[in-house]
Design a protein around this ligand. Sequence first.
Ligand SMILES: *Cc1c(COP(=O)(O)O)cnc(C)c1O
Length: 406
Amino acid sequence: MLSRRKLIKRLSSVPILGGLVGGLPLSLEAEAKPAPKRDLFKEFGIRTFINAAGTLTYMTGSLMHDEVLDAINYGAKEFCLLDEIQDKVGAKIAQMVHSEAAVVTSGAFSGMTLGLAGILTGMDQKKVEMLPHLTGTGMKTEVICQKAHDIVYNHALTNTGCKIVVVETAADVEKAINENTALMHFLHIEADKGKIMHEEWVALGKKHNIPTSIDIAADVPPVENLWKFNDMGFHFVVISGGKAMRGPQSAGLLMGKKDIIAAARLHMPPRGFNIGRGMKINKEEIFGMYVALERFINEDHDKVWKMWEENTAYVENTVKAVNGVTTSVHVPPLGNHTPTLRIAWDSAKLRITGKDLQEALRKGDPSIEVGGSGPSNIGVTVWMLKPGQEKIVARRIKEELTKAAV
Ligand SMILES: *Cc1c(COP(=O)(O)O)cnc(C)c1O
């Protein structure tokens, strides 16, 4: 039998006759075409939108680059051992982020649970199986964190069975530390709201021989944050993969000391007698996360920043033309670090609330989501826009504001 390629080659060399299209018989021609892509959003009637809001979990985070999607598709076509891919990709990631070890997790949240679980149990399989029941096991039970850092995501820590002990000052920390203290946890995005900064936190942990951890989930750029806190001496660091790094939304990284990561792995699939069995990450996501990380590290960050500034300025200058509108640009210093435009208006001149404008943009064609609204203002970020969408966003906001003029 002729191979397909040979057949095509042969057929394309015969003179074009009736029944042949471009040298191929009709039936083969049809076969050679890729199957039509399904529009699943349309099939389900799911609204898609231009994202001028930001990397928000409920808006599905960020969009993956083609290189990441290629890695996912590539990974989907072979079997491998889940542990082997985690070992090898993790070792490479650790080098890239200056940590002793690393593992791809199903998000920053699970990284926190797994990192703490590893600290509690070490490599003791019996203890692994006991979590989240700590009483009477000899395992430690408390995590110290600053009051300003005690946010909803700390539930990831209490999932292990530990409780949170809240402190404010360094003296409070010294008082709170006891034989049950497992960890001292820090939240980078609220660093300025606490009384103790990173270095002091790490030093306090070192002084009392308590491991320290940090949640930097939404805190790149700057890219240096990927290694800054590993260099600083935190025992583990967690970050989301599906925010600014544009990896799979379901992925994240747990980076840290070798013994902690090794123990955290006991709480992860493929093993099942543990609290982390539901925090599965597949080989496709592991490759996708790796390629997203690599791409993010190698990106020309100055160029990207300049593009964000230009696109923000474009929206700003367009909407400012409406009488009564004022604008300002602010860069959140710690997390979601990107130019963030606030568009505000004089409610005596423009009769529309922030919520109404948000809703009008949402209901428009194309649908647009913008950031948090106030009584007479909305927020806009451009970092999740596709090229050219800044023009649509600017035009639509201007249209709606113009319509609202008294
Ligand atoms: C987004 C976020 C998380 C959760 O991260 P996932 O990657 O979605 O698990 C945790 N902490 C903070 C501060 C976050 O912003």
